[in-house]
Design a protein around this ligand. Structure first.
Ligand SMILES: Cc1cc2nc3c(=O)[nH]c(=O)nc-3n(C[C@H](O)[C@H](O)[C@H](O)COP(=O)(O)O)c2cc1C
Length: 181
């Protein structure tokens, strides 16, 4: 099976945890994968991979701008491989907002991105108030108030559906077994 590169961007570690789950599921399915923060990856390594996955968390309504900058710069490279994107956010905890067609951040991302990924995953994130810096804690609490989520500052809940993450990994694996690059 193809070798996959997973590039990710998050702040508090949950996007990395999702990327690790995708990595280990790809391994289980027989395909090697590497995991690298998007800001640390060296493009000279690109030749080693047949598939590239980018994963990014939403913070204050947006994916970090380094993600879009990376995509703009490396669009041709992404399109030359099997490719996929996943977004991690808390709005995706709602069943009616957890697809590429219904999640507002992913819709906005796909409108702005010159790269249209072959596969798009929308994954519900983590809420752990005590882990956040003071300002972040209050920003996310405000967002939770607006969207009808938990506002108790002791809340610690992983909304991530790990079976869905593993299914997404299987879809990534299927891209390369289907042929092509
Ligand atoms: C400061 C902050 C702002 C956030 N803003 C949003 C937001 O606007 N919309 C949303 O759906 N989720 C928002 N989230 C939720 C994150 O996307 C979610 O917690 C994710 O799991 C964070 O991933 P990370 O641990 O890799 O940073 C926010 C989280 C934090 C800490």
């Amino acid at each position: 099976m193809a070798k996959t590169l997973i590039l990710y961007h998050g702040i508090y570690g949950h996007t990395r945890k999702i990327a690790e789950t995708i990595e280990s599921e790809l391994h289980r399915l027989g395909g090697p994968a590497d995991l690298v923060p998007i800001t640390e990856w060296n493009v000279d390594e690109a030749g080693r991979y047949q598939a590239i996955v980018i994963g990014a968390a939403i913070r204050n309504g947006k994916h970090n701008r380094v993600v879009l900058e990376f995509i703009r710069k490396h669009r041709a490279l992404l399109e030359s491989k099997h490719n996929a994107f996943f977004s991690v956010n808390l709005v995706a905890r709602k069943a009616e907002k957890n697809t590429a067609e219904t999640n507002p951040y992913v819709k906005a991302f796909l409108n702005r991105s010159p790269w249209q990924p072959q596969l798009v995953g929308v994954i519900a994130g983590n809420l752990d108030y005590q882990r956040y810096r003071f300002f972040d804690r209050h920003v996310i609490r405000f967002i939770m108030t607006l969207t009808g989520g938990p506002t108790d500052l002791n809340t610690k809940v992983e909304f991530t559906d790990w079976d869905r993450v593993r299914s997404f990994a299987a879809e990534i694996a299927a891209l390369s077994t289907a042929g092509g690059a």
